[in-house]
Design a binder for this molecule. Structure first.
Ligand SMILES: Cc1cc2nc3c(=O)[nH]c(=O)nc-3n(C[C@H](O)[C@H](O)[C@H](O)COP(=O)(O)O)c2cc1C
Length: 137
């Protein structure tokens, strides 16, 4: 599919088949995210893949989209690395571009995906969950 067709075909998908996603496909989606443009080319995004049901349940607790979280084959958590951020607005724009790249890549691979921004309304709770895993959190 050419890029304009993918852009127009992509939709937020919130119901999923009970099927895992091959690691190589997840790697392709992440690669699309990494190729996004960023101010000063600082690439402030960091990704974490969650496929484990226990972890998904922990994340689902705080979200009104808990069903989407639990039913998904994989979650890509997207973080901003505070160590490299130079301009909050521009860095968040870059991270948005990275997420859009991943959504388009998923669509081109036949994988349904949805951006869940709602999770940010509970970001303090999630930060507590992850703060021991990341030096930049
Ligand atoms: C920044 C952002 C946050 C979003 N947050 C959510 C969300 O929390 N839950 C959800 O179901 N969809 C979320 N969406 C998806 C939008 O609802 C969706 O993109 C919009 O309705 C247009 O539909 P489409 O993606 O199928 O074209 C979000 C999209 C963006 C760009």
């Amino acid at each position: 599919m050419d890029i304009l067709r993918i852009i127009k075909t992509r939709r937020s998908i919130r119901k999923y088949r009970d099927k895992s996603i091959a690691d190589k496909l997840i790697a392709k989606i992440l690669e699309a995210g990494r190729w996004a443009p960023s101010g000063l080319n600082n690439q402030p995004w960091r990704f974490m893949i969650v496929q484990n049901m226990v972890r998904k349940n922990q994340l689902a607790v705080f979200s009104k989209y808990s069903r989407i979280i639990k039913d998904s084959a994989a979650l890509i958590l997207v973080f901003a690395d505070k160590r490299v951020i130079y301009n909050r607005d521009k860095d968040l724009m870059a991270i948005g571009a990275s997420i859009q790249n991943m959504l388009l890549a998923a669509c081109s691979l036949g994988i349904g995906a949805c951006w869940l921004g709602e999770i940010l309304s509970k970001k303090k709770k999630y930060r507590t969950m992850y703060k021991y895993q990341f030096t930049w959190n």
